[in-house]
Write a protein that binds this ligand. Structure first.
Ligand code: GDP
Length: 311
Protein backbone atom coordinates (compact mmCIF):
# COMPACT_ATOMS: atom_id res chain seq x y z
CA UNK A 1 0.00 0.00 0.00
CA UNK A 2 1.61 3.18 -1.09
CA UNK A 3 0.48 6.61 -0.10
CA UNK A 4 3.19 8.52 -1.85
CA UNK A 5 1.75 8.23 -5.33
CA UNK A 6 1.40 11.25 -7.57
CA UNK A 7 -0.97 13.66 -5.94
CA UNK A 8 -4.03 14.73 -7.86
CA UNK A 9 -4.00 18.17 -6.43
CA UNK A 10 -1.53 20.88 -5.94
CA UNK A 11 -1.85 22.63 -2.61
CA UNK A 12 -1.37 26.30 -2.17
CA UNK A 13 -1.42 27.25 1.46
CA UNK A 14 -1.92 30.94 1.91
CA UNK A 15 0.48 32.45 4.38
CA UNK A 16 -1.76 35.12 5.85
CA UNK A 17 -4.90 33.67 7.35
CA UNK A 18 -7.79 35.91 8.25
CA UNK A 19 -8.08 36.80 11.95
CA UNK A 20 -10.80 34.19 12.42
CA UNK A 21 -8.22 31.39 12.22
CA UNK A 22 -9.03 28.83 14.89
CA UNK A 23 -7.85 25.42 15.97
CA UNK A 24 -10.16 22.46 16.44
CA UNK A 25 -11.39 21.68 18.98
CA UNK A 26 -9.23 23.95 21.16
CA UNK A 27 -5.62 24.92 20.88
CA UNK A 28 -3.60 23.08 23.51
CA UNK A 29 -0.30 24.63 22.57
CA UNK A 30 0.70 27.99 21.21
CA UNK A 31 1.37 28.31 17.51
CA UNK A 32 5.08 28.15 16.91
CA UNK A 33 7.57 26.97 14.38
CA UNK A 34 7.28 23.21 14.09
CA UNK A 35 9.54 21.80 11.44
CA UNK A 36 10.47 19.03 13.87
CA UNK A 37 6.88 18.02 14.65
CA UNK A 38 6.40 16.15 11.41
CA UNK A 39 9.58 14.22 11.64
CA UNK A 40 9.20 13.23 15.24
CA UNK A 41 5.73 11.82 14.58
CA UNK A 42 5.40 8.14 15.43
CA UNK A 43 5.46 5.85 12.41
CA UNK A 44 2.23 4.53 10.98
CA UNK A 45 1.99 0.91 9.92
CA UNK A 46 0.37 2.06 6.71
CA UNK A 47 3.49 1.98 4.58
CA UNK A 48 7.20 1.81 4.89
CA UNK A 49 7.71 5.20 3.37
CA UNK A 50 6.57 7.44 6.17
CA UNK A 51 6.49 10.23 7.15
CA UNK A 52 4.04 10.77 4.37
CA UNK A 53 5.12 13.51 2.03
CA UNK A 54 2.34 15.08 0.00
CA UNK A 55 5.02 16.21 -2.36
CA UNK A 56 4.24 19.14 -4.51
CA UNK A 57 4.93 17.76 -7.97
CA UNK A 58 1.56 17.78 -9.68
CA UNK A 59 1.33 18.15 -13.42
CA UNK A 60 0.60 21.61 -14.82
CA UNK A 61 -2.81 20.66 -16.24
CA UNK A 62 -4.04 19.01 -13.03
CA UNK A 63 -6.70 20.83 -11.05
CA UNK A 64 -5.21 22.98 -8.34
CA UNK A 65 -6.75 22.80 -4.93
CA UNK A 66 -6.18 26.00 -3.07
CA UNK A 67 -6.60 25.86 0.67
CA UNK A 68 -6.11 28.83 2.91
CA UNK A 69 -4.69 28.26 6.37
CA UNK A 70 -8.01 29.05 8.04
CA UNK A 71 -9.71 26.30 5.98
CA UNK A 72 -7.39 23.55 7.18
CA UNK A 73 -8.38 20.99 9.77
CA UNK A 74 -5.60 21.05 12.32
CA UNK A 75 -5.87 18.17 14.79
CA UNK A 76 -5.40 18.93 18.47
CA UNK A 77 -1.84 18.96 19.79
CA UNK A 78 -0.62 19.77 16.30
CA UNK A 79 1.52 22.80 15.76
CA UNK A 80 1.31 24.84 12.61
CA UNK A 81 2.91 28.12 11.89
CA UNK A 82 2.15 30.58 9.12
CA UNK A 83 5.73 30.48 7.84
CA UNK A 84 6.08 26.70 7.93
CA UNK A 85 7.35 25.80 4.47
CA UNK A 86 6.81 22.08 5.07
CA UNK A 87 3.10 22.50 5.78
CA UNK A 88 1.97 21.45 2.30
CA UNK A 89 3.77 18.13 2.78
CA UNK A 90 1.80 17.48 5.95
CA UNK A 91 -1.65 17.83 4.39
CA UNK A 92 -3.35 14.59 3.44
CA UNK A 93 -3.76 14.41 -0.31
CA UNK A 94 -7.18 15.51 -1.64
CA UNK A 95 -8.22 16.84 1.75
CA UNK A 96 -7.88 19.78 4.14
CA UNK A 97 -6.47 17.59 6.92
CA UNK A 98 -3.12 18.19 8.53
CA UNK A 99 -1.35 15.06 9.81
CA UNK A 100 -0.66 14.87 13.51
CA UNK A 101 1.66 12.78 15.62
CA UNK A 102 -1.29 10.47 16.30
CA UNK A 103 -1.44 9.22 12.69
CA UNK A 104 -0.23 5.67 13.23
CA UNK A 105 -1.61 2.10 13.12
CA UNK A 106 -3.84 2.96 10.20
CA UNK A 107 -3.68 -0.35 8.36
CA UNK A 108 -6.71 -2.64 8.32
CA UNK A 109 -5.59 -6.23 8.83
CA UNK A 110 -8.82 -7.74 10.05
CA UNK A 111 -12.49 -6.89 9.65
CA UNK A 112 -15.56 -8.76 10.81
CA UNK A 113 -19.25 -8.09 11.05
CA UNK A 114 -20.27 -8.09 14.72
CA UNK A 115 -23.93 -7.20 15.08
CA UNK A 116 -26.94 -5.24 13.92
CA UNK A 117 -28.69 -3.10 16.51
CA UNK A 118 -32.01 -1.33 16.37
CA UNK A 119 -31.32 0.98 19.30
CA UNK A 120 -28.25 2.78 20.60
CA UNK A 121 -28.51 0.83 23.88
CA UNK A 122 -28.15 -2.45 21.97
CA UNK A 123 -24.83 -1.49 20.36
CA UNK A 124 -21.60 -3.22 21.49
CA UNK A 125 -20.62 -2.23 25.00
CA UNK A 126 -16.89 -2.97 24.99
CA UNK A 127 -15.97 0.71 24.85
CA UNK A 128 -13.94 0.57 21.63
CA UNK A 129 -13.86 3.78 19.59
CA UNK A 130 -16.02 3.93 16.47
CA UNK A 131 -16.66 5.87 13.27
CA UNK A 132 -20.12 5.98 11.72
CA UNK A 133 -20.66 6.14 7.96
CA UNK A 134 -23.85 7.85 6.91
CA UNK A 135 -25.15 9.30 3.68
CA UNK A 136 -27.92 9.45 1.15
CA UNK A 137 -28.91 6.13 -0.43
CA UNK A 138 -26.73 5.39 -3.43
CA UNK A 139 -23.97 7.78 -2.31
CA UNK A 140 -21.47 4.91 -2.40
CA UNK A 141 -21.41 3.98 1.30
CA UNK A 142 -21.20 0.20 0.82
CA UNK A 143 -18.54 0.59 -1.85
CA UNK A 144 -16.49 2.81 0.44
CA UNK A 145 -16.83 0.44 3.38
CA UNK A 146 -15.70 -2.48 1.25
CA UNK A 147 -12.81 -0.44 -0.10
CA UNK A 148 -11.67 0.58 3.40
CA UNK A 149 -11.53 -3.01 4.58
CA UNK A 150 -10.39 -4.35 1.18
CA UNK A 151 -13.19 -6.88 1.10
CA UNK A 152 -15.53 -7.05 -1.87
CA UNK A 153 -18.67 -7.98 -0.03
CA UNK A 154 -18.37 -7.21 3.66
CA UNK A 155 -20.86 -4.36 3.46
CA UNK A 156 -23.40 -6.67 1.86
CA UNK A 157 -24.22 -7.67 5.42
CA UNK A 158 -25.74 -4.24 5.92
CA UNK A 159 -27.84 -4.64 2.78
CA UNK A 160 -29.45 -7.91 3.82
CA UNK A 161 -33.19 -7.77 4.37
CA UNK A 162 -33.95 -6.61 7.89
CA UNK A 163 -30.56 -4.98 8.40
CA UNK A 164 -30.84 -1.91 6.18
CA UNK A 165 -32.59 -0.04 8.99
CA UNK A 166 -30.08 -1.10 11.63
CA UNK A 167 -26.88 0.19 13.17
CA UNK A 168 -24.38 -2.33 11.79
CA UNK A 169 -21.07 -2.73 13.63
CA UNK A 170 -17.92 -4.04 11.94
CA UNK A 171 -14.94 -4.64 14.24
CA UNK A 172 -11.57 -3.70 12.77
CA UNK A 173 -8.29 -5.20 14.04
CA UNK A 174 -10.14 -6.15 17.22
CA UNK A 175 -9.62 -2.58 18.37
CA UNK A 176 -12.16 -0.23 16.79
CA UNK A 177 -15.45 -0.19 14.87
CA UNK A 178 -16.69 0.99 11.54
CA UNK A 179 -20.43 1.53 11.82
CA UNK A 180 -22.77 1.45 8.86
CA UNK A 181 -25.90 3.51 9.46
CA UNK A 182 -29.06 3.43 7.33
CA UNK A 183 -28.96 5.54 4.20
CA UNK A 184 -31.30 8.51 4.20
CA UNK A 185 -33.36 10.17 1.50
CA UNK A 186 -34.40 7.01 -0.28
CA UNK A 187 -37.20 8.36 -2.44
CA UNK A 188 -39.46 5.32 -2.42
CA UNK A 189 -39.34 4.77 1.35
CA UNK A 190 -42.60 5.62 3.07
CA UNK A 191 -42.55 8.97 4.84
CA UNK A 192 -43.13 7.31 8.19
CA UNK A 193 -40.03 5.17 7.77
CA UNK A 194 -37.95 8.14 6.71
CA UNK A 195 -38.91 10.01 9.84
CA UNK A 196 -37.98 7.04 11.98
CA UNK A 197 -34.52 6.90 10.44
CA UNK A 198 -34.04 10.46 11.53
CA UNK A 199 -35.05 9.80 15.10
CA UNK A 200 -33.00 6.70 15.59
CA UNK A 201 -29.85 7.86 13.89
CA UNK A 202 -30.00 11.17 15.72
CA UNK A 203 -30.34 9.36 19.04
CA UNK A 204 -27.25 7.35 18.14
CA UNK A 205 -25.28 10.50 17.21
CA UNK A 206 -26.14 12.24 20.47
CA UNK A 207 -25.91 9.35 22.93
CA UNK A 208 -23.22 7.03 21.65
CA UNK A 209 -20.31 7.91 23.91
CA UNK A 210 -17.71 5.93 21.93
CA UNK A 211 -18.51 7.67 18.65
CA UNK A 212 -15.31 9.49 17.66
CA UNK A 213 -16.61 11.05 14.45
CA UNK A 214 -19.47 10.77 11.99
CA UNK A 215 -18.31 10.39 8.40
CA UNK A 216 -20.96 12.09 6.30
CA UNK A 217 -20.77 10.92 2.69
CA UNK A 218 -21.57 13.41 -0.04
CA UNK A 219 -21.69 12.61 -3.76
CA UNK A 220 -19.18 15.00 -5.34
CA UNK A 221 -20.30 14.19 -8.88
CA UNK A 222 -23.53 16.17 -8.45
CA UNK A 223 -24.40 19.55 -6.94
CA UNK A 224 -25.24 19.73 -3.22
CA UNK A 225 -28.63 18.28 -2.30
CA UNK A 226 -30.91 19.93 0.23
CA UNK A 227 -31.12 16.81 2.37
CA UNK A 228 -27.30 16.57 2.61
CA UNK A 229 -27.11 20.21 3.67
CA UNK A 230 -29.79 19.57 6.28
CA UNK A 231 -27.83 16.63 7.68
CA UNK A 232 -24.58 18.58 7.79
CA UNK A 233 -26.39 21.48 9.41
CA UNK A 234 -27.95 19.25 12.06
CA UNK A 235 -24.59 17.67 12.92
CA UNK A 236 -22.98 21.10 13.13
CA UNK A 237 -25.69 22.57 15.30
CA UNK A 238 -25.60 19.58 17.64
CA UNK A 239 -21.80 19.70 17.77
CA UNK A 240 -21.41 16.13 16.63
CA UNK A 241 -17.83 15.72 15.33
CA UNK A 242 -18.08 15.25 11.59
CA UNK A 243 -15.81 14.48 8.66
CA UNK A 244 -17.11 15.04 5.14
CA UNK A 245 -16.29 12.25 2.71
CA UNK A 246 -16.82 13.31 -0.87
CA UNK A 247 -17.52 10.21 -2.97
CA UNK A 248 -17.37 9.43 -6.70
CA UNK A 249 -14.58 11.94 -7.36
CA UNK A 250 -13.50 9.85 -10.35
CA UNK A 251 -16.58 11.10 -12.25
CA UNK A 252 -14.76 13.97 -13.83
CA UNK A 253 -16.72 14.51 -17.01
CA UNK A 254 -18.48 17.82 -17.10
CA UNK A 255 -22.15 17.34 -17.82
CA UNK A 256 -23.72 19.28 -20.66
CA UNK A 257 -26.46 20.78 -18.51
CA UNK A 258 -24.15 22.96 -16.48
CA UNK A 259 -22.86 20.13 -14.29
CA UNK A 260 -19.76 20.87 -12.28
CA UNK A 261 -16.59 18.95 -11.67
CA UNK A 262 -16.12 17.19 -8.32
CA UNK A 263 -13.68 19.78 -6.96
CA UNK A 264 -16.17 22.56 -7.81
CA UNK A 265 -19.00 20.70 -6.05
CA UNK A 266 -16.71 20.14 -3.06
CA UNK A 267 -15.92 23.84 -2.89
CA UNK A 268 -19.59 24.81 -3.24
CA UNK A 269 -20.57 22.41 -0.47
CA UNK A 270 -17.98 23.95 1.89
CA UNK A 271 -19.36 27.39 1.22
CA UNK A 272 -22.94 26.30 1.79
CA UNK A 273 -22.21 24.68 5.16
CA UNK A 274 -19.58 27.00 6.61
CA UNK A 275 -22.20 28.90 8.61
CA UNK A 276 -23.20 25.75 10.50
CA UNK A 277 -19.79 25.18 12.08
CA UNK A 278 -17.63 27.11 14.50
CA UNK A 279 -14.54 25.50 13.04
CA UNK A 280 -13.86 24.03 9.64
CA UNK A 281 -14.79 20.34 9.46
CA UNK A 282 -12.26 17.95 7.96
CA UNK A 283 -13.01 16.70 4.46
CA UNK A 284 -11.52 14.16 2.05
CA UNK A 285 -12.13 13.49 -1.65
CA UNK A 286 -12.54 9.80 -2.47
CA UNK A 287 -13.38 7.28 -5.15
CA UNK A 288 -14.13 3.64 -4.62
CA UNK A 289 -13.30 3.05 -8.29
CA UNK A 290 -9.73 4.36 -8.10
CA UNK A 291 -9.31 3.98 -4.32
CA UNK A 292 -8.53 7.69 -4.14
CA UNK A 293 -8.72 8.83 -0.52
CA UNK A 294 -8.74 5.36 0.99
CA UNK A 295 -5.38 5.61 2.74
CA UNK A 296 -6.13 9.20 3.72
CA UNK A 297 -9.41 8.21 5.42
CA UNK A 298 -7.63 5.46 7.35
CA UNK A 299 -4.87 7.82 8.47
CA UNK A 300 -7.41 10.43 9.51
CA UNK A 301 -9.38 7.80 11.45
CA UNK A 302 -6.15 6.63 13.07
CA UNK A 303 -5.17 10.07 14.27
CA UNK A 304 -8.65 10.83 15.62
CA UNK A 305 -8.83 7.43 17.29
CA UNK A 306 -5.39 7.53 18.89
CA UNK A 307 -6.05 11.02 20.23
CA UNK A 308 -9.47 9.90 21.55
CA UNK A 309 -7.91 6.85 23.29
CA UNK A 310 -5.35 9.02 25.02
CA UNK A 311 -7.82 11.56 26.40
P1 GDP B 1 -24.94 2.91 -1.09
O1 GDP B 1 -26.38 2.77 -1.42
O2 GDP B 1 -24.63 4.24 -0.50
O3 GDP B 1 -24.39 1.79 -0.24
O4 GDP B 1 -24.13 2.91 -2.48
P2 GDP B 1 -23.35 1.76 -3.24
O5 GDP B 1 -21.99 1.56 -2.65
O6 GDP B 1 -24.21 0.56 -3.36
O7 GDP B 1 -23.14 2.47 -4.66
C1 GDP B 1 -24.22 2.98 -5.40
C2 GDP B 1 -23.82 3.06 -6.87
O8 GDP B 1 -22.77 4.00 -7.04
C3 GDP B 1 -23.29 1.74 -7.43
O9 GDP B 1 -23.74 1.63 -8.77
C4 GDP B 1 -21.78 1.89 -7.37
O10 GDP B 1 -21.12 1.12 -8.34
C5 GDP B 1 -21.62 3.38 -7.64
N1 GDP B 1 -20.42 3.92 -6.97
C6 GDP B 1 -20.11 3.80 -5.66
N2 GDP B 1 -18.95 4.42 -5.40
C7 GDP B 1 -18.50 4.95 -6.56
C8 GDP B 1 -17.36 5.72 -6.93
O11 GDP B 1 -16.48 6.06 -6.13
N3 GDP B 1 -17.27 6.10 -8.25
C9 GDP B 1 -18.21 5.77 -9.17
N4 GDP B 1 -18.03 6.18 -10.42
N5 GDP B 1 -19.31 5.05 -8.85
C10 GDP B 1 -19.46 4.63 -7.57
Amino acid sequence: MVVTQLPRFHYLVFKNPPPSFKFFPKPKVPIKSTASTLFSAPKSTLSTTEPIPITDFSLPDEPKLEISLDKLFIPPETQVSCDDSSLSTRILKGSNIVLSKYARDAQVVQAEFVKSSVRTEDCPSDGLPEFALVGRSNVGKSSLLNSLVRRKRLALTSKKPGKTQCINHFRINDSWYLVDLPGYGYASAPQELRTDWGKFTKDYFINRSTLVSVFLLIDASIPAKKIDLEYASWLGQNQVPMTLIFTKCDKRKKKKNGGKRPEENVKDFQELICGFFQTVPPWIMTSSVTNQGRDEILLHMAQLRNYWLKH
